[in-house]
Design a protein around this ligand. Structure first.
Ligand code: P53
Length: 477
């Protein structure tokens, strides 16, 4: 048998993409609440507050806030062993720096976790998934050290509150996305760092690297706190591990591709080894970046080593040393060129199941730590048949091919993979575009890009397929 008996088969979501109820229950505004709806190739706008006439899809999501019991029952029916969601920071501390937490928000997640646990589903909770309080973003987000204290306080509050309910935690979702400094979206969602098209690159770099350092300190402080609160807690980092291949066997391409891989490895290196790698210090030096560190920061980072690594995996990227390094709204990595061996989704994301195995091997070879694949999924247009069913064979094909490669990583390469979570196991708002029609779900939600619809839930064909995968512990994929 490839997968251990207690392997975590499940699904993943993030509060801001599905809860909706953006101003209910005492919730404050987050960075996600001021991002407009867009589409492939057109970036989401970050507006100064709510602007009349613009569409803000995160305000309604898929209305999970009012549907969670029903949704958890569907997950139970599929056999989920675990479910990953995030706690919306602004439900707990509406402004991020409030004197007291919001009891109504705390109670909401008490009920939500109780319901999951009653249905035999183990929660995996992301503490920060693109949900920084807007008030903190206005103060510079994570470039401001005040955000460190606020995050630690938020994390401590929820870890203490749910210490007997939640055992698995992630600190910052896809913290490496902000290495893409060409698009304002990434710095904003990761760190509450705002810049626009006119901000010079050097200024962007300086701000993002400072935010990254502050997040390493914040993450390490939270990991330490977590183990004090409950020694059984399992703490993880979360990296979007899009592998980067060289376009040719030209050594210059190989070196450049590895350089872009370091944009991800630098994060896992710090999380796994507790210190900044030499190549990163050199990079800062060569690029004229000065990181403001306080005495003790490096000791804090050394004390915040993770218990496991978690990744999202959707696609791979291929680069050439000589290709243009300009970033467009559809660029994943600077210097990207098409890969003639791979097809892509309607949103231009390459489909590369072997890339998942490649990444699992590279990570396990480097760290020998347990790995959770906490996001993998297929964003596509769904066709609803006359009788209301959705035959999403393309999604089944995508997921199945990826699970098969993950299985090889376990069986043939000996990688210690502990869990697999289908991203957007239920239709929700796309982070990148704000669309609802870029659907990932195995459960269909009747809603459109403008939030019209009944929000009724219905299993798709993939729902029954995944149920079988779980039932057979990955033997039948
Ligand atoms: P959407 C970019 C590249 C890889 C993953 O993405 C990304 C992004 C940001 O768009 O985000 C992760 O919804 C993220 C989720 C997100 C999911 O991938 O743009 O952790 O919040 O929804 C899919 O299609």
């Amino acid at each position: 048998m490839a997968f251990p008996k207690n392997f975590f088969w499940g699904g993943a979501v993030a509060a801001h993409q599905l809860e909706g109820a953006w101003n209910e229950g005492g919730k404050g505004m987050s960075v996600a609440d001021v991002m407009t709806a867009a589409r492939h190739g057109v970036p989401r706008e970050i507006t100064d507050g709510i602007v009349d006439g613009k569409i803000y899809p995160n305000h309604w999501g898929n209305d999970y806030y009012h549907h969670y019991q029903e949704d958890h029952s569907l997950y139970q029916e599929m056999g989920f062993r675990s479910f990953r969601t995030s706690i919306a920071w602004t439900r707990i501390f509406p402004n991020g720096d409030d004197a007291e937490p919001n009891e109504e928000g705390l109670k909401f997640y008490d009920d939500l976790f109780d319901d999951m646990l009653a249905k035999g589903i183990e929660p995996l909770v992301t503490l920060s998934h693109f949900e920084l309080p807007l008030h903190l973003a206005k103060m510079g987000g994570f470039t401001n050290r005040k955000a460190i204290d606020c995050f630690v306080r938020f994390a401590t509050t929820v870890m203490e509150r749910y210490k007997d309910k939640v055992k698995y935690w992630l600190t910052f979702n896809e913290v490496n996305n902000q290495m893409n400094m060409g698009m304002p979206f990434f710095g904003w969602t990761n760190s509450g760092v705002y810049f626009d098209e006119n901000t010079p690159m050097q200024e962007r770099k300086q701000k993002i690297w400072q935010a990254v350092h502050n997040e390493f300190v914040a993450s390490a402080l939270v990991v330490k706190k977590a183990h004090e609160i409950n020694p059984d807690f399992q703490m993880g980092c979360m990296i979007a591990f899009t592998p980067v291949y060289p376009a040719t066997c030209n050594p210059a391409d190989a070196i450049y591709a590895e350089e872009r891989m370091r944009d991800k490895f630098l994060f896992t290196d710090v999380y796994a080894h507790g210190k900044y790698p030499e190549y990163l210090r050199k990079r800062w030096e060569n690029e004229g970046i000065t990181i403001e560190m306080e005495p003790g920061d490096e000791e804090i980072i050394a004390g915040g080593i993770m218990d496991f690594i978690s990744i999202s995996y959707y696609m791979s990227a291929t680069v050439s040393a000589t290709a243009s390094k300009e970033i467009t709204p559809t660029t994943q990595v600077a210097g990207e060129v098409p890969n003639p061996y791979l097809k892509a989704t309607d949103w231009g994301w390459t489909i590369d199941p072997q890339g998942l195995r490649y990444v699992l091997r590279r990570l396990y070879d480097r760290y020998a730590m347990p790995i959770y694949v906490v996001e993998n999924g297929f964003g596509a247009y769904d066709k609803v048949e006359e009788d209301g069913t959705v035959h999403d064979d393309n999604r089944i094909e995508y997921l199945s091919a990826h699970i098969k490669e993950m299985k090889k990583a376990v069986e043939e390469d000996g990688v210690d993979v502990r869990g697999y979570y289908v991203w957007g196991c239920i239709d929700l708002v796309s982070a990148g575009t704000g669309e609802f029609k870029k659907r990932y779900g195995m459960i269909y939600v009747d809603a459109d890009d403008e939030g019209h619809g009944t929000f009724e839930r219905k299993p798709k064909k993939s729902f029954y397929w995944y149920k079988k995968v779980i039932e057979t512990n990955g033997e039948e994929v």
